[in-house]
Design a protein around this ligand. Structure first.
Ligand code: ZN
Ligand code: ZN
Length: 352
């Protein structure tokens, strides 16, 4: 708040609220002044918020938690109020301005709304040891769900059936929910980087791509594996080998002090050398934690520098329209001199 020259901060993005307070419900906001931290929610979360939120006074209001904070704060001297500009609707912002219009005008410290996007997100990038252990547990749970579901591959099984088997296991083993919509794709559909599972049935001799994530104890996992159902022809093997080599090169480049663009470059260079450069159509990875996509972005020309304790994914891929695609994704923790790969599932090409 000092760096951003804010007198107070209204946090409304739920992942930020969760990070700062521990609150896991679906409606909450946090108003910070140098002297006071106040958390707002509604009566549904009365008991829960009192047990989860230890760092702020809990105020049970009515309706929208952001507006409850604003109404409460409008009677105070808030000065320059930072707000989560990336996490307010246009409607909420309009109402916020109405509530604050004239607030504090009796004194010299008139309340002013200032965009404060990205400040809490910047704190969230570097994980502490407890957070890393939670991510590790989520990653191991993801691997278990994947490895068990792999045994259910058979001719005629559908993409949605496999997605259901994975998501059932996530819940069965204690996960809260999926971190994103599970991606399962067969054959030529593996060329769609974000394929949504369909009733397409598995046929012999095609790629199967799994991209799955689970939220466990508030933290996300994210993994991708591509396997071959049948005996892989030489072309498929060559594509898989290139993606794996690219993924390993990128993982091996990870360490504190290098920029994200360099990690992306390490992956891209291998695919270009192997003739698949133009089929690698997305960025190499992303930060993850409370949300599955967090900063930093591991993408071309990104100058953000990796710091010890950051959690990122490394997930290059190659996608040939009408033919198929391969992606391999792990979660990696940035350490001083290396990247610690949390994902334990094997990466050599499985021909099943
Ligand atoms: Zn993924
Ligand atoms: Zn990912």
């Amino acid at each position: 708040m000092q760096v951003a020259r804010l007198d107070s901060l209204l946090v409304s993005a739920l992942p930020n609220v969760q990070y700062l307070t521990g609150f896991t419900g679906s409606s909450g906001s946090l108003l910070l002044t140098p002297a006071l931290a106040s958390f707002f929610t509604d009566s549904r979360y009365d008991l829960q918020s009192h047990s989860e939120v230890k760092c702020a006074q809990v105020i049970i209001g009515k309706g929208d938690a952001v507006m409850a904070a604003a109404r409460w704060g409008s009677a105070k001297q808030l000065g320059r109020v930072g707000y989560d500009s990336g996490a307010l609707s246009v409607d909420q912002f309009g109402k916020l301005r109405e509530v604050f219009a004239g607030a504090g005008s009796a004194s010299k410290a008139k309340t002013r709304l200032v965009s404060a996007a990205g400040h809490v997100e910047a704190l969230r990038m570097v994980k502490d040891a407890d957070e890393i252990e939670l991510i590790r547990k989520a990653v191991h749970l993801g691997s278990r769900c994947f490895e068990e579901t792999l045994l259910l591959l058979k001719n005629g099984v559908t993409e949605t059936e496999l997605a259901a088997e994975i998501e059932y296991r996530m819940r069965l083993y204690g996960g809260e929910k999926t971190a994103f919509e599970t991606i399962i794709a067969f054959g030529d559909r593996t060329a769609l980087p974000h394929a949504r599972p369909t009733s397409r049935r598995l046929k012999p001799n095609e790629f199967v791509l799994f991209d799955l994530g689970v939220i466990l104890s508030g933290y996300c996992s994210d993994m991708t594996r591509t396997v071959f159902w049948g005996k892989a022809p030489a072309k498929a093997k060559a594509m898989y080998k290139a993606v794996l080599e690219s993924q390993l090169a990128s993982e091996n480049s990870v360490r504190a002090g290098i920029d994200c663009g360099t990690v992306d470059r390490a992956a891209r260079r291998v695919l270009e050398k192997r003739g698949f450069g133009r089929y690698f159509t997305h960025s190499t990875g992303h930060g993850l934690g409370i949300e599955v996509h967090e900063n930093p972005r591991v993408a071309a020309k990104q100058s953000a520098v990796l710091e010890e304790g950051m959690a990122i994914t490394i997930e290059p891929g190659a996608y040939i329209p009408g033919v198929g695609g391969v992606r391999i994704e792990d979660v990696v923790i940035v350490r001083k001199n290396h990247g610690e790969v949390l994902t334990q599932t094997a990466k050599s090409l499985l021909e099943l």
